[in-house]
Design a protein around this ligand. Structure first.
Ligand SMILES: C[S@@+](CC[C@H](N)C(=O)[O-])C[C@H]1O[C@@H](n2cnc3c(N)ncnc32)[C@H](O)[C@@H]1O
Length: 255
């Protein structure tokens, strides 16, 4: 994913709507993974404050507050448009050493320019014996969308998303966490997703506009890109009855 600050805070996460559109694709997951529920389970021994870093739409904070009202959760995000309680960068947390019992960095480390610094910050702010949860996707997650985007780029003469750092933090990157944590476990969830209508798939592609649009060649607009995307997705749904994709997501549990 892109890591430059303006892309993150203004274009990608300047408002909540695109991220909400991205999430709606998982409504069609078979045996849906309950990541917030898994996070709550992983926090079962935690009794003190919890930092939710890169809280996004707040689904982890909301679930922890619902299931563990005894825990004090502090939402933090680099993007003011996501309306966190604290606006801050994971690479430089405004938190004292060993100040919290747990920290979450869910689906956000791939956006961070200097991941080792972020991991050192996680280690610093969580007390010894506490827990850090970091979720991300597998390297082969949603390959069907990767292929769709590749086909669209070929059709429209678009550059690949060079230097986007898409693979900077996947489920294969435990070593980045093991550099600071003695014990790193990973929970992995492979799922099939069957979307019987085109709209959520098209909305999902559109939600990556901030990352994709800068690579469009002169003369190709975002409307052109989305028109081509919609045509391809509708053709798949019509001929195969659904747009199918596989997903792989996981949570690193670090102590
Ligand atoms: C893909 S969203 C994930 C949201 C949420 N954690 C979830 O899993 O549903 C990534 C979030 O990380 C935030 N973010 C990106 N870089 C950050 C950084 N350096 N420090 C703190 N937050 C950051 C973005 O603003 C965005 O809200």
């Amino acid at each position: 994913m892109f890591t430059d600050r303006a892309t993150i805070t203004q274009r990608a996460y300047g408002e909540q709507r695109p991220l909400a559109a991205r999430f709606s694709i998982y409504d069609y997951q078979q045996d849906r993974v309950d990541l917030p529920g898994r996070a709550v389970e992983a926090l079962r021994e935690v009794t003190g404050p919890v930092l939710d870093i890169g809280w996004g739409l707040g689904m982890y904070t909301a679930r922890i507050r619902a299931d563990r009202p005894d825990l004090h959760v502090v939402p933090l995000d680099l993007s003011p448009g996501m309306r966190p309680e604290v606006v801050a960068d994971i690479q430089s947390l405004p938190v004292a050493d060993a100040d919290v019992d747990a920290a979450l960095a869910m689906h956000m480390l791939y956006h961070v320019p200097d991941i080792p610094t972020a991991v050192r910050e996680l280690r610093r702010v969580v007390r010894p014996g506490g827990v850090v949860l970091a979720s991300t996707n597998g390297a082969d997650d949603k390959l069907e969308f990767t292929r769709l985007a590749d086909d669209l780029r070929a059709e429209l003469g678009t550059r690949p998303r060079a230097g986007s750092g898409d693979d900077s933090f996947t489920l294969g990157d435990a070593s980045l966490l093991e550099a600071e944590f003695d014990d790193v476990d990973v929970l992995v969830f492979d799922r099939q997703n069957i979307v019987p209508v085109a709209e959520p798939v098209v909305a999902f592609v559109d939600s990556f506009r901030a990352f994709e649009e800068p690579a469009l060649p002169d003369g190709v607009s975002w409307t052109d890109f989305m028109t081509a995307a919609e045509r391809r997705v509708r053709a798949v749904v019509e001929s195969e009855g659904a747009f199918r994709f596989t997903s792989q997501v996981g949570i690193f549990v670090c102590r």
